[in-house]
Ligand binder design. Structure first.
Ligand code: 2P0
Length: 329
């Protein structure tokens, strides 16, 4: 038996990833740029155990099956290919934020799973191989292997099976940034991002426009980040989210709810009053508001009425942390 534990933080994309290359391997069709968040964290333990007759996965104490289990098994299968004496594993994972709230947990979840599985399997992988392994399960998870500001490039245009890992691009303190995560519902999201991306690519009249604009938005944002220009990065983040959602919207994928639009309106009103606040949304109705430290209290006070809960997060310097193995024999 070999056991290892890993912790990873969630990240939010400032320049969004949306869409995959048509060939296998879960390669993104566009580059993305994210920041790791200190407040949202997953801890995962992997125990490879010769006595097990199948893989087991418990999330926040609840045994999982179906698609949720299948995605974990798929990652373990990739690890087992490289193991000297492969066997099944028990995986236990816990989020320090409510999983049912619909906040993205696949980024921190698959990053922690990849880190723990590789270590428990006794594989000598560097961080880019761990990031590549995480990407194959969930592209945003590749970015949670590193702290601070992180990029993940698009996959090559032609079908391939190369290593594609995220890369750190700036330290966590490159900007004076705080993220106010406005939770608007406890319900699970309506459509998973993998399916939603597939539908956007197949049905959105604006998908081609998204593919054309996203790399330019990414490049400009990276330059703004290098100049440490909060307002430029944050306003470009809002533009990236709007372009991504516009492409999905045109395929009938509407992640926003009334509360989402109320919060977006609030953020616009704040800006009209001279407050540098910018909104970004992922594959769900929650709104993440980007502000500077000085503005946290007053922006938070304005947003609280339109959200169930506001979680304040700061950029984290932490990438994946791996402990173990224990019980090696
Ligand atoms: C992102 N999202 O860049 C974008 C923005 C949501 C909106 O990556 O299909 O779970 O597993 O590779 O990473 C969420 O999708 O997708 C996501 P898969 P993932 O953060």
């Amino acid at each position: 038996m070999r056991k290892a534990t890993a912790m990873a933080n969630a990240n939010i994309a400032l320049a969004k990833y949306w869409g995959k290359r048509a060939y296998a391997g879960n390669y993104p069709a566009v580059p993305s740029l994210s920041v790791a968040l200190d407040a949202l964290e997953t801890t995962t333990t992997v125990l490879f155990d010769e006595s097990l007759s199948c893989d087991q996965f418990a999330l926040d104490g609840v045994e999982q099956n179906g698609k949720t289990l299948d995605r974990v098994v798929a990652l373990l299968d990739r690890v087992r290919v490289a193991m000297a004496s492969p066997c099944f594993a028990r995986v236990e994972s816990a989020n320090n934020f409510p999983t049912a709230s619909g906040l993205a947990s696949s980024a921190s979840g698959f990053a922690a799973l990849a880190g723990a599985a590789v270590r428990a399997a006794g594989l000598d992988y560097d961080l880019s191989r761990v990031s590549d392994l995480a990407r194959r399960s969930s592209a945003s998870a590749a970015r949670s292997i590193y702290g601070g500001y992180v990029s993940l490039l698009a996959g090559p245009k032609e079908a391939t099976d190369v290593v594609l890992a995220a890369e750190p691009v700036a330290a966590h303190d490159a900007l004076d940034l705080r993220v106010l995560v406005c939770v608007v519902t406890e319900a699970k999201k309506s459509i998973g991002s993998t399916d939603a991306m597939r539908r956007t690519a197949a049905e959105s009249p604006f998908y081609a426009a998204w593919l054309a604009v996203a790399p330019m938005q990414y490049a400009s944002m990276r330059e703004s980040l290098m100049r440490r220009d909060f307002e430029d990065v944050a306003s470009r983040a809002e533009a990236s989210a709007l372009a991504m959602h516009a492409s999905a919207f045109a395929a009938g994928i509407v992640y926003g709810s009334e509360a989402t639009f109320a919060l977006m309106t609030k953020v616009r009103e704040l800006r009209a009053r001279g407050v540098a606040a910018f909104a970004t949304m992922d594959a769900g109705p929650h709104v993440k508001v980007l502000v500077q430290t000085l503005d946290v209290s007053r922006v938070r006070a304005e947003l609280e009425g339109s959200a169930i809960r506001v979680i304040e997060a700061a950029p984290s310097s932490d990438g994946v942390r791996v402990y173990g193995p224990e019980g090696a024999r």
